[in-house]
Design a protein around this ligand. Structure first.
Ligand SMILES: *Cc1c(COP(=O)(O)O)cnc(C)c1O
Length: 428
């Protein structure tokens, strides 16, 4: 898409839909009736295929009982490994480097427990001040477990403008007392993509291990974790991956670390052929599977089988291309239609630096979001002043993007938001 050729008309948006090679995937999803869903970066929608694989696992439980572990349509015993292998191409890893397990925060705990080895002067963990709070809580508690004070041992790289991080600031904070770096691949508010390859290279030059939280990039942008030498990563699968609320998360460990003893051990981390020997000597798997803990949440794993089939068919490169076109068109329309209403586009405009969502800043953001909901648009709000809009390549149309901006324009022209209070809801 050439940005200079864009037009702000409904006809143009419809033409983009007709030319969209991914348009048929939209029919595979349950779209909330009478609304435009712009929140797929918080909770992706249910697809018919994800629903089907969930029902299949339920049915196997009904018919087979315990035998579902080995004789189910998707045998449960190594389903985490199988789903991990389906996730692997999305992060640029080999099948053994990825496992579907745990949740984002639990996986972060596991990986820090495994790869944080404070020694001599090297005792600190480096993160950033814009990162997702759960990651910070986890890192603080890990430092405390090791007997360190988080206020001196957790370094948080500062943002210059409250939106973005500069790689050079992160790199200059990689000092001799840092043992481990944990960063997001994409920042959850501004949607900025960090230069993962560069940061990994610079950390390794200084003898520091580096891991990434990929919650806001998995399923939205391609990665080459293995090629870049990223030590480990973790993410949730309920955002762009559409695996369902609270579904099982992902964990990647580079093969050079295979055999590293899991910090938090449990029997599902065993070599699969040893697990049922029931010995009290743990034989961890020599793959990323070693970092599982207990029995997987099968019913929260099952939808991923169907959902990831869609990703395999659509291809992450095509998904990324359409996502960039959707967000480019959305930004173009915002600039064209809403310039007089005090909005600031708070995400990177450069394609290479922008993740999957648009971060629209406005001092009345909380109540503009409520007004959008009243008008059938489902955005999300991040305090204090951000409206996140995520058009999703697999199920959002250009026509919907066009409509969202028209609705927003009407809300602003008629000051419809004034009837709401400018405060967030319990779940924003
Ligand atoms: C969504 C999200 C999480 C959520 O963690 P859970 O353990 O799944 O609740 C963590 N980190 C980031 C960056 C996220 O976007």
């Amino acid at each position: 898409m050439n940005v200079t050729n864009l037009e702000p008309t409904l006809e143009f948006a419809q033409k983009l839909d007709q030319e969209d090679p991914l348009r048929h995937f939209r029919d595979e999803f349950y779209l909330p009736p009478n609304s435009i869903y712009m929140d797929g970066n918080s909770l992706g929608l249910l697809s018919k295929r994800a629903e089907k694989t969930l029902f299949t696992v339920l049915q196997d439980w009904r018919i087979l009982g315990i035998d579902g572990w080995t004789k189910g349509t998707h045998p449960w015993f190594d389903l985490s490994e199988k789903v991990g292998a389906m996730l692997a191409p999305l992060v640029g890893a080999s099948p053994e480097e990825v496992i579907a397990t745990g949740s984002t925060t639990v996986n972060l705990h596991q990986l820090v427990s495994t790869f944080y080895h404070p020694e001599g002067k090297r005792t600190k963990i480096l993160a950033d001040e814009l990162t997702f709070p759960s990651d910070i809580y986890a890192l603080q508690s890990q430092l405390r477990i090791h007997g360190y004070d988080p206020s001196t041992h957790l370094i948080r790289v500062k943002s210059r403008d409250g939106r973005f991080l500069e790689e050079e600031d992160i790199i200059s904070a990689m000092s001799e007392d840092v043992a481990l770096v944990i960063l997001p691949t994409v920042l959850y508010r501004s949607g900025q993509i960090l230069d993962i390859k560069l940061l990994t290279h610079e950390a390794h030059k200084r003898g520091i291990l580096i891991g990434f939280d990929a919650c806001h990039s998995i399923g939205a942008i391609p990665h080459s974790f293995s090629e870049w030498g990223v030590d480990f990563a973790f993410w949730c699968n309920y955002k762009y991956i559409n695996g369902g609320p609270g579904c099982v998360a992902g964990l990647y460990v580079h093969r050079k670390h295979f055999g590293s003893a899991p910090g938090l051990a449990g029997w599902f981390g065993s070599k699969k052929d040893k697990q049922f020997d029931m010995e009290h000597t743990f034989s961890p798997s020599l793959t990323a599977g070693a970092y599982q803990i207990g029995t997987p949440h099968l019913l929260s794993l099952a939808p991923l089988i169907g959902s990831l089939e869609i990703f395999m068919e659509a291809g992450i490169e095509r998904i990324r291309q359409k996502s960039l076109q959707l967000t480019s068109y959305l930004m173009y329309l915002i600039e064209h239609e809403l310039s007089s209403f005090g909005f600031i586009i708070g995400n990177p405009k450069d394609n290479a630096r922008r993740g999957g969502h648009i971060s629209l800043e406005h001092e009345e953001a909380a109540r503009i979001c409520k007004s959008l909901k009243e008008n059938g648009v489902i955005p999300d709000f991040r305090a204090p002043n951000i409206i996140r809009l995520a058009p999703i390549a697999l199920y959002t149309s250009y026509e919907e993007v066009w409509n969202v901006v028209q609705i927003l324009k009407k809300i602003m022209q008629e000051k419809q938001y004034k009837k709401f209070s400018n405060e967030r809801e319990v779940v924003a």
